[in-house]
Structures are given as C-alpha cells and as structure tokens.
Design a protein around this ligand. Structure first.
Ligand code: GDD
Ligand code: MG
Length: 370
C-alpha cells in the first residue's frame, strides 16, 4: 500500500528551530519526526512511501535516502514552489493507482491506520478524514459530521463564530485515486480549502474517522515541548533508542556519565555525551548526541539537540536548545526559551523566559565577567 507524506512546509511558527531545517526533520526523542512517521506507516504494512518535499529537501533526502535502512521504499516528489497539500499529491498522480494514504508530515500520532482503512472500505468512501478533538479548533480544520460519520462541512481555520465542534482534521486521509481528477494540475490547491469543500458540494461520500489515538501537531515550540512531555511521561507506547539504565533513564552508547551526576527520569540521552560531576538532570528531558554538560549544571524538563555545550553551573529549565548551542558558565536559560542552532550565550547570563535566539546569534557574557 502507498502513502504520500506532505513534507514541504516551512514551519515558520516553529522558528528559530526551523531556520535551518524543515519542520518534519526536527528531532523527537533524538530521531527526526519523519522517521517516527515512517515507522508508524511500516507498522501498518505501508511500505511504499512518496515524500512530497519542497523546503530544504536535501535535509530530508540525505537522512532518509531510499528508505532501505527504515524497512520501506521511499521516493521523492519535488515542488519548485509549494503546490499546496492537494497540488503536491496531484503531482504524483501517475504513481497512485489504488486507494492510498495522505499524511501531514508534522503530526505525531499512533492512529490505527489499519482500522481506518477498514472503516473507509466498509463505507465505500471517496475520501476519509481522521479526526481528533482539540481545545482550540480555530488553528485547525474543523469537520462537521452527521451521526453516520459522513462529513457535512469542512472549515479550515474557522473564525470563533463558526466553531460548532471540537473535532478537527487530524491530517491523515485515505483517498481514492479518482478524486485526484478534481485537482487542477500544476497549480496551488489544497485539500482543506478547495478539494474537501468541492467533494462535499458534489455530494461525494466523504467520511470522518474519529480516532481516540494520541495526536500532536508540532506546529509551535510549545507543542513541540508538550509532545516530548507526553511521550516521556508514558502517554504513548513507543520504544526509545538506547539502553534502559534506571527507572525511566535511556542512554545510548559511548556516553561518559560521571558517577556523581544525578539523573531523575524520564530522561533520554543520545550517544557520545559527556556529563560531568554534580550535574543534575530531571525529566522529562532529552539530551541529543554528543552533548557536553559541565560540572554542577542543572537540566530540568529541557530538550537539547545534538552537540550542545554547557559550561559549569548552567541552569536549563523548560527550554529547547538546537544543535551546537553553547552556554557559558553560570548562565540560566529558563521557561519557554528557544535557542537556534549554534547560538552562543556567554557566562552569567540570565535569559528572560520566552526569549528566542536566532541561529548563530551571540550573546556576550554579562558585564561582571567582561
Ligand atoms: N509538499 C508540500 N507542499 N507540503 C505542504 C505544502 C505544500 O505546498 N503545504 C503544507 N505542506 C505540508 C506541511 O509540511 C505539513 O506537514 C502539512 O502539509 C500541513 O501543513 P501545515 O502548514 O502544518 O498546516 P496546519 O498545521 O496549519 O493545518 C493542517 O494540519 C492540521 C492538523 O495538524 C490542516 O490540514 C488542518 O486542516 C489540520 O487540522
Ligand atoms: Mg501543521
């Protein structure tokens, strides 16, 4: 069976994390989100996967290659300018000759795809949309359904007055190939604003599959952190890479963790990290490959991408550090701060909660050190 993963979005709301990386490649528990999505497809015997890419495609391709390493066959469809979610699928129409899945590439879910396919077939639907409940539907595609599950209305990013339900489009569709004939070739067209409303107007059977699965769109840094929190706190049954060394502690090979470092799970530590004496790491936290954590530093509920360097006595709390970030001795990075790749913070700095630092930006040591 085939699936198309929509992986062309820029991820502007996730900046500065996505300044140098497409959104679908941000690490979740030290592995790119797309790798998790591919694992999920493979678990449901979907092994023929087309990646619809546009923004920074080389990142995706150089990591995933032909998919062999992940037990799937990957092919790439490149858009020189974004064709929209449906336009991207239209571009690969020639390869879609049977019922197929379409997945938003920025969603983490354990939705039962096998059962969804059964549901789609039993109803003879032309398209089936997975639904999930959310608190604020205005950020998503709102889906109104009849008691039978048939979709009545689809409103993308509804205004507050238009909100009639908390069930939204979860970004997983099953589509019959003939539906693609309604998409104009080579132009920007979306499922959400154009194709679904058009199918409903035509009276075609479009069904909603209300899922009880875990679901998170990683669209913003807050949701990115929430996803880690949920995964590490046991909300979703997923295996983590690395050996389990203690209660809720997973450590990959090549790490040098000082016996006087204190780890309190859930914590995931990537390979080749050095953690010096007196360091305290409290979960849920993730430390990426090749990080160095200096003496007496404290990491609480933080996410570190690979190759972060922390001096001594650094405090990180509820923040995200992208790849190669360096933090000087005694600096404090707290709630909601997001530091882009290779950002440098000098010594004795204390960032205001919620500060974003651009990739490569340098913040000198505070005046007492200079
Ligand atoms: N190839 C390609 N080309 N991919 C695209 C394009 C494009 O032109 N535009 C968006 N995508 C990809 C994004 O990379 C992402 O994986 C997915 O399509 C959805 O786009 P977003 O930009 O993340 O949309 P959204 O989050 O605001 O809303 C969508 O997702 C919600 C669920 O998370 C909509 O589908 C909503 O209806 C839905 O509720
Ligand atoms: Mg999204």
């Amino acid at each position: 069976m085939k699936a198309v993963i929509l992986a062309g979005g820029e991820g502007t709301r996730l900046r500065p994390l996505t300044c140098n990386m497409p959104k679908c490649m941000v690490p979740i528990l030290n592995r790119p989100l797309l790798e998790h999505v591919i694992d999920h497809l493979r678990e449901h015997a979907i092994r023929d996967i087309i990646l619809a890419v546009c923004f920074m495609p080389h990142h995706i391709r150089s990591y995933l290659g032909d998919g062999k390493r992940f037990g799937v066959r990957l092919t790439y469809s490149m858009e020189s300018s974004p064709l929209g979610t449906a336009g991207a699928v239209k571009q690969v129409e020639a390869h879609l000759d049977e019922t197929f899945f379409v997945l938003n590439g920025d969603v983490f879910t354990d939705l039962d795809l096998t059962q969804m396919m059964r549901y789609h077939r039993e109803r003879g639907a032309k398209a089936t949309i997975a639904l999930t409940p959310v608190e604020d539907p205005s950020l998503y595609g709102l889906v109104e359904t009849e008691a039978t599950g048939r979709v009545e209305r689809f409103i993308e990013k509804p205004s507050p007055e238009a909100i009639t339900t908390n069930m939204i489009n979860a970004g997983t569709y099953i589509v019959e190939p003939e539906v693609l004939s309604h998409i104009p070739p080579g132009s920007r067209f979306t499922f959400e604003r154009e194709l679904f409303p058009l199918l409903l107007e035509r009276g075609d059977p479009v069904y909603a599959y209300p899922a009880e699965a875990y679901w998170m769109d990683i669209g913003t840094p807050e949701k990115y952190q929430k996803l880690h929190h949920d995964l590490l706190s046991g909300g979703v049954a997923k295996g983590f890479a690395g050996e389990r060394t203690g209660q809720g502690i997973w450590v990959e090979e090549g790490c040098d963790i000082h016996p006087q470092a204190e780890l309190e799970g859930p914590v995931v530590i990537g390979r080749d990290c050095v953690i010096e004496s007196g360091v305290r790491v409290r979960g849920p936290s993730v430390i990426g490959e090749g990080c160095r954590i200096g003496k007496d530093s404290v990491i609480e509920q933080a996410i570190l991408w690979p190759k972060a360097r922390l001096g001594q006595g650094v405090v990180l709390r509820k923040c995200v550090l992208a790849e190669g970030v360096s933090i000087g001795d005694q600096s404090r990075i707290t709630e909601g701060c997001v530091l882009g790749g290779n950002a440098v913070v000098g010594c004795d700095q204390s960032l205001t909660p919620g500060t974003n630092i651009l990739p490569g930006e340098e913040l000198p040591s505070s005046s007492k050190r200079r």
